[in-house]
Ligand binder design. Structure first.
Ligand SMILES: [Mg+2]
Length: 142
């Protein structure tokens, strides 16, 4: 039996974007988009349990995992920093499995784990969307 292709989102699924963004807004009130500061994406903290879950998925006989993240297109640094974050926290195996796409529905696969179910093509993804919320995964669509 072939492995199931599973995509995992980055921001607020693998890394804690929301907390860092709230902090940056307080620290730099004069900056409209503090998430565009150099280092913002690279310095995001991993969400509890995410790194271990990704290791287990990679070792699994049943799943073929890939990271699928939409870029902040106005921030050219985010493309590089998403790549360096993955190398730092997950290693080169996952760098080879990193897909940066503004349209998640263009990728073929069985599952997508994401904290949003729409906005970047999630609503048109042909596999099952598994909603990530408060550290847990929920079945969003059959
Ligand atoms: Mg997200």
């Amino acid at each position: 039996m072939s492995k199931k292709i599973i995509y995992i989102d980055m921001d607020d699924t693998l890394c804690d974007y929301a907390s860092a963004h709230q902090l940056a807004l307080k620290l730099y009130p004069e900056i409209q988009f503090p998430q565009s500061k150099p280092g913002f994406f690279h310095d995001l903290l991993p969400i509890t349990g995410g790194i271990e879950a990704m290791r287990q998925l990679l070792a699994s006989q049943h799943y073929d995992p890939f990271i699928l993240t939409a870029p902040s297109v106005m921030n050219p640094l985010c493309y590089t920093e998403k790549r360096t974050w993955v190398e730092t926290h997950l290693g080169m195996d996952y760098v080879h499995r990193l897909i940066i796409s503004p349209r998640k529905d263009l990728l073929k696969g069985d599952f997508l784990i994401d904290d949003y179910n729409e906005g970047k093509g999630q609503e048109l993804f042909t596999g099952k969307v598994l909603r990530f919320c408060n550290g847990q995964v929920f079945l969003e669509r059959f």
